[in-house]
Design a protein around this ligand. Structure first.
Ligand code: PMP
Length: 459
C-alpha cells in the first residue's frame, strides 16, 4: 500500500467523515521550501494555494523558522495572565499597520475565533443581536461564525445565536444586479440594503460583516468603492462595519495592504488570521480602543498571542513589509491575470476570470450555457478535474465557490515571474484538456498531450 493510501485509511478510522479534503486520493505535504512543497511520497509541486492563503511569504522562510526556534528555546507558553513581550510587540506593529485610529489588538488562535470576538464586540457595543452578513460569505466553523456564513455547503446548522439579514452584492458574477456597470451596481446594492434594513430589522442592527474579496466564495470581487456605498447606508443607522481580512490582508491584493482600502472606507473592526503567521496558529481583531474595551468583564486566551506564534508572526510581518511583498503581489498578479484573460476567448469553460494581486478566481461554467444577462451553469465536475489534472502535473491550486466550480490561485507572496508563468502554463493546458474531454471543445494551442506529469518530479 502506498504511503498516502495507508495514511488515508488511518485518517478515515479516527477522523470525522466531514473533514473536506482535496483529491480523489488525498496527499500529505511533508516538506516545503519557498513556493514548492514535497508530498510524503517525494513528489514535488509548485504551490499555488499556500494551504489556504496561509503560507503567505514562503515555505520554511529562514527568518520565521529561526524566530520560532529561538522563542521555543526560551519559553513557548505562559497565557495572557502574564505579560508576553512578542505579543505586545506584534500588537504594536499590527495596530500601526492597520491605520485604525487609537487601535487595540486582541490575538486568537484562528480566523473563526477572531470573528467570534468581532461579533461579541459589535453586539455588546450596540446591544443588539441583529447582524448583517453577505450572501456567499465564509467566516468560520464555530456556532456564531456558521450563522454568518452565506454558503450552505459550509452551514451544518441553521440554529443561530444571531438574527442575520443577508446582504446582496459580494458576488457580482451571479448577482441579479450583475449586468449593471460598476457604479450603478454598487448603488443598486446600496438601495437593496436600505430596503433590507427597512423590512427585516427591528430596532438597531449591530454590524455588517464582510470579506472585501470573498475567499471560500471563489474570490468573488465586488467593484472598488462598493463597501463605501454600503457604508453610507450603514452610517445612517450607526451600524458598525466589520472587515474580515482573514484572506485579503497583508498586501495580498497587491494594490493595498488591506482589502477594505479599495472601498474608501475605514472599518470599525478588522479581523485577521492565516497569512500573518505564515502557518503558525494565529488570528486576531483590531478595533478602536473604545470598541475593543466595551467587553464588560474579564476575558483571557490560553493560546491567543502565545510567544511562539507571536515571535514567528512578527518575523513574518517584518519580512512582508521589508521586502514590499505587496508590490510583488501586484506585479505577479497582473502577469497571471493578463495571461489567463488572454486565453479566455479560446476557453469557453472559463466563465469568469477575476481577482486582485495574488488572489485570482477562475469560475468554470458549462460552455454555451450563458443566457442573456445570466452567468453560465456552474461546472463543478470540470473544476474537480482541473484540480486533479494540475496535481498530476505538479501544481497545487485551490477550489471554492457556491457551486464548487471556482479554481482559486493564491501562491505565497514571494512568487517569481518564472513561477507565475510556469503555473499559468500548466493551468491553461489542463483547463484546455478538461474542456476537450468533458465538452468536446478543443482549445487553441492546448499543448497538453495527456502524458504523465511534465512538472511533478521526485526529489
Ligand atoms: N474568515 C475567512 C474569510 C476565511 O476564509 C476563514 C477560513 N477559510 C475564516 C474566517 C476562518 O478561519 P479559520 O479556519 O482560521 O478558523
Amino acid at each position: 500500500m502506498s504511503v498516502h493510501a495507508s495514511l488515508l485509511e488511518r485518517h478515515r478510522k479516527v477522523m470525522p467523515d466531514w473533514i473536506a479534503m482535496y483529491y480523489e486520493q488525498p496527499i500529505a505535504l511533508a516538506r516545503g521550501e519557498g513556493r514548492h512543497v514535497w508530498d510524503a511520497e517525494g513528489t514535488r509541486y509548485l504551490d499555488f494555494f499556500g494551504g489556504i492563503l496561509t503560507t503567505s511569504t514562503a515555505h520554511a522562510l529562514p527568518e520565521v523558522v529561526s524566530a520560532v526556534q529561538q522563542q521555543a528555546e526560551r519559553i513557548m507558553h505562559s497565557s495572557t495572565l502574564y505579560l508576553i513581550e512578542p505579543m505586545i510587540e506584534l500588537a504594536e506593529e499590527v495596530a500601526a499597520a492597520s491605520a485604525i485610529p487609537d487601535a487595540k489588538v486582541f490575538f486568537t488562535t484562528s480566523g473563526t475565533e477572531a470573528n467570534e470576538l468581532a461579533l461579541m464586540l459589535a453586539t455588546t457595543a450596540r446591544q443588539s443581536s441583529q447582524v448583517l452578513a453577505m450572501r456567499n460569505s465564509y467566516h468560520g466553523r464555530s456556532f456564531g461564525a456558521v450563522a454568518i456564513t452565506g454558503n450552505r455547503a459550509w452551514r451544518p446548522s441553521q440554529l443561530s445565536p444571531l438574527n442575520v439579514g443577508w446582504v446582496e452584492g459580494g458576488y457580482p458574477y451571479r448577482s441579479p444586479y450583475g449586468t449593471l456597470p460598476p457604479e450603478e451596481y454598487s448603488a443598486a446594492c446600496a438601495r437593496d440594503l436600505e430596503r433590507l434594513l427597512e423590512s427585516f430589522t427591528a430596532g438597531q442592527v449591530a454590524a455588517l460583516i464582510a470579506e472585501p474579496i470573498q475567499g471560500v466564495g471563489g474570490f468573488a470581487c465586488p467593484p472598488d468603492g462598493f463597501y463605501g456605498e454600503l457604508k453610507h447606508v450603514l452610517d445612517h443607522e450607526g451600524v458598525l462595519l466589520i472587515a474580515d481580512e482573514v484572506q485579503t490582508g497583508w498586501g495580498r491584493t497587491g494594490e493595498h495592504f488591506w482589502g477594505w482600502q479599495a472601498h474608501g472606507v475605514m472599518p470599525d473592526i478588522v479581523t485577521f488570521a492565516k497569512g500573518v503567521g505564515n502557518g503558525l496558529s494565529i488570528g486576531g481583531v483590531i478595533a478602536r480602543a473604545e470598541l475593543m474595551d466595551c467587553v464588560p468583564c474579564g476575558s483571557i486566551s490560553t493560546f491567543g498571542g502565545n510567544p511562539l506564534s507571536a515571535a514567528g508572526s512578527l518575523a513574518n510581518l517584518r519580512y512582508i513589509q521589508a521586502h514590499d511583498l505587496q508590490r510583488n503581489c501586484a506585479g505577479r498578479g497582473t502577469e497571471l491575470l493578463e495571461r489567463l484573460r488572454a486565453a479566455q476567448p479560446g476557453l469557453p469553460l472559463l466563465g469568469d476570470v477575476r481577482g486582485k494581486g495574488l488572489m485570482i478566481g477562475l469560475e468554470l461554467v458549462v460552455p454555451g450555457s450563458e443566457a442573456e444577462g445570466l452567468a453560465g451553469t456552474p461546472d463543478a465536475t470540470a473544476a474537480a478535474a482541473v484540480l486533479e489534472g494540475c496535481r498530476e502535473r505538479g501544481l497545487l491550486v485551490g477550489k471554492g465557490g457556491l457551486g464548487g466550480n471556482v479554481l482559486r490561485i493564491a501562491p505565497p507572496m514571494t512568487l517569481t515571474t518564472e513561477e507565475a508563468a510556469e503555473g499559468a502554463d500548466v493551468l491553461l493546458q489542463v483547463i484546455g484538456h478538461v474542456q476537450q474531454q468533458l465538452h468536446g471543445i478543443a482549445a487553441p494551442d492546448a499543448a497538453f498531450d495527456g502524458a504523465p506529469s511534465a512538472h511533478a518530479s521526485r526529489a
